[in-house]
Design a protein around this ligand. Structure first.
Ligand code: GTP
Ligand code: MG
Length: 190
């Protein structure tokens, strides 16, 4: 008997870092240089044949970068089970914003274990949801600030990410690997 799992995954990070582009590359295998800012939130669905008995329906929530200044994230984050936190390797300010996004996430998106509804854990003492860090636009490495970035291993561990990847939506570098890493962590804790 096949079972289906619906996983709500958030894609967050500052304006223009490439969240929509990463999702379009992953779900539709397309890329455009044209920038059109996301308003509010967009959605995409990817079906994965996870193993011989499990189909994963990955629901990607593409949250607009400008939402960090809004007050809707609490609503958007509800019942999410994982997150991709994206920055732009060519813009240091977007890397500095990563911790703000992560803190926002950890304070609002808490993993609910089965049975939590009638325990105190549901009141906010639960575990943070798995999150993977993506340094996007790595195709522009030679022109960017990347060489100035500290090695991200320590950063990733210290701030509770389950992994990190240099990605390019343009060249299709590490997009699949980063998302697989996240889905594996989600499936491991669920
Ligand atoms: P908001 O919706 O405003 O939060 O932005 P976003 O994070 O969704 O960024 P979006 O995907 O719209 O990309 C912003 C710009 O960066 C676009 O012009 C993209 O073409 C470009 N871009 C995205 N990913 C890459 C990449 O990997 N490499 C390069 N060179 N450009 C990229
Ligand atoms: Mg967008």
């Amino acid at each position: 008997m096949q079972q289906q799992r619906l996983l709500k995954v958030l894609v967050i990070g500052d304006l223009g870092v490439g969240k929509t582009s990463i999702i379009k590359r992953y779900v539709h295998q397309i890329f455009s240089q044209h920038y059109r800012a996301t308003i509010g939130v967009d959605f995409a669905l990817k079906i994965l044949n996870w193993d011989h008995k499990t189909v994963v329906r990955l629901q990607l929530w593409d949250i607009a970068g400008q939402e960090r200044y809004g007050n809707m994230t609490r609503v958007y984050y509800r019942e999410a089970v994982g997150a991709l936190v994206v920055f732009d390797m060519t813009r240091a300010s977007t890397f500095q914003a990563v911790l703000k996004w992560k803190r926002d996430l950890d304070s609002k998106a808490v993993l609910k274990w089965k049975g939590d509804l009638d325990s105190k854990v549901a009141l906010g003492n639960g575990r943070p949801i798995p999150a993977v860090l993506l340094g996007n636009k790595c195709d522009q490495l030679s022109t960017g600030l990347c060489s100035k970035l500290p090695k991200l291993e320590n950063f990733t561990r210290d701030h509770g990410f389950v992994g990190w990847y240099e990605t390019s939506a343009k060249d299709n570098t590490n997009i699949d690997a980063a998302i697989m890493c996240l889905v594996e962590s989600i499936m491991a804790v669920e």
